[in-house]
Design a protein around this ligand. Structure first.
Ligand code: CP3
Length: 342
């Protein structure tokens, strides 16, 4: 069996063209997803192995992407240990008892593999169905999970979260220690069942100053990444608006740093330093422009990515729900046509 393109690119081996997959490739942009989800709540769909398998496979079949991303959500492990939460359509995760004091930490017991048996079952089923296409497992990073728990739901300014970390560092570190252990356990379950790479989503880390990031976040993310290092799969570390944090996110221990659309990949590579691949970073909004515009921008992304030791083509954040799925398929074909210069 040959090594998948994704893993070769991450390892810095020569590849004919960059591998490509999309964050949120499974989801509302696909009519077949909307049909399958009719009458099924988001979190319920994440707890049924048959639905997880089918939804994860949908974008692979349709677009011919070079990786599958496990269908779940960053709050699923919290749900699985009994945290009272829901994913509200059009809003996002909403927490019944937000963390405001040490009392609420009791909600956060350790995650055991038996809590997520449907994940093991789904990953094992997927690996059989996917053949040579690698499955990427994922988890939310401690900071992004903490932001939902502390704010009680999505937030623009993350004010309570930033206030808590600075005002009560002991409580903050206890919270992130518990969340880190949960994320690490969730990643281990996926890799032990057959996932061949993992992505740690610290989606909202970009709201932090580098000083706060180093003090309050980086050690916890590093511990999660370190906790799966022995499994031998590459680790991708991604956040939005992290231009000022790229080096620090790489130093947390990832083989690949995910970059949003704000920083060109050659500049991102300079900031990250040697020895790490990059992932990204076409602006997901550009998929609403004519094909020629998308292709010009995608060609620039591929070109800038050649500055890095390895490049995995992706969007700078997730697929927007109203995206035309055909635009995604065309983009995959276009990236696959960008053969490296001899
Ligand atoms: O294809 C994939 O990327 C795999 C599936 C996936 C989902 N969520 C499915 C989902 C992944 C990797 C996630 C991670 C996730 N969830 C993140 C990190 C990635 C990122 O986008 O930065 C975050 C911050 C969340 C929290 C969350 N869950 C939000 C903000 C929302 C959107 C709420 C809405 O309705 O607009 C969700 C719900 C969610 N997770 C949906 C999907 C497909 C949409 C709900 C639906 O289809 O009914």
């Amino acid at each position: 069996m040959t090594t998948p393109l994704l893993l070769r690119a991450i390892a810095g081996e020569p590849v004919p063209h960059p591998p490509v997959w999309f964050m949120r490739q499974a989801g509302r942009s696909l009519p077949e997803y909307r049909k399958l989800r009719e009458g099924v709540a988001m979190l319920d769909s994440c707890m049924r192995a048959d639905l997880i398998i089918e939804i994860t496979l949908q974008p692979v079949r349709r677009h011919g992407v070079d990786a599958a991303i496990f269908f779940s959500d960053i709050v699923l492990p919290l749900k699985a240990i009994g945290v009272d939460l829901d994913i509200v359509p059009g809003v996002g995760p909403v927490i019944a008892a937000p963390v405001r004091s040490a009392t609420e930490l009791d909600q956060l017991r350790a995650l055991e593999p038996v809590d997520v048996e449907f994940v093991t079952e789904a990953v094992q089923g997927l690996v059989g169905e996917l053949g040579e296409t690698p499955l990427i497992g994922f988890a939310g990073a401690p900071f992004t999970l903490a932001s939902y728990l502390v704010e009680g739901g999505p937030s623009k300014d993350h004010a309570r979260t930033k206030a808590l970390m600075n005002a009560d560092p002991d409580l903050w570190h206890s919270l992130l220690t518990r969340l880190g252990a949960i994320s690490a356990a969730f990643l281990r379950v996926q890799v032990e069942a057959g996932a061949r790479a993992v992505q740690l989503f610290d989606s909202w880390a970009g709201v932090l100053s580098a000083t706060d990031y180093v003090q309050f976040v980086q050690p916890h993310s590093a511990r999660v990444l370190d906790a799966v290092a022995d499994l031998g799969v590459p680790r991708i570390h991604f956040g939005v608006g992290t231009g000022e944090l790229l080096r620090l996110m790489g130093e947390a221990g990832a083989e690949v740093v995910g970059v949003d659309w704000r920083t060109p990949l050659d500049e991102a590579t300079r900031r990250i330093g040697p020895g790490r691949a990059v992932q990204g970073n076409l602006d997901p909004a550009l998929l609403f422009a004519p094909t020629a515009v998308v292709e010009r921008a995608a060609a620039e992304v591929v070109e800038a990515g050649r500055a890095a030791p390895g490049h995995v083509f992706n969007l700078g954040h997730g697929v927007l729900p109203d995206t035309d799925p055909d635009a995604l398929t065309r983009l995959v074909d276009f990236v696959h046509s960008r053969t490296a210069p001899a």
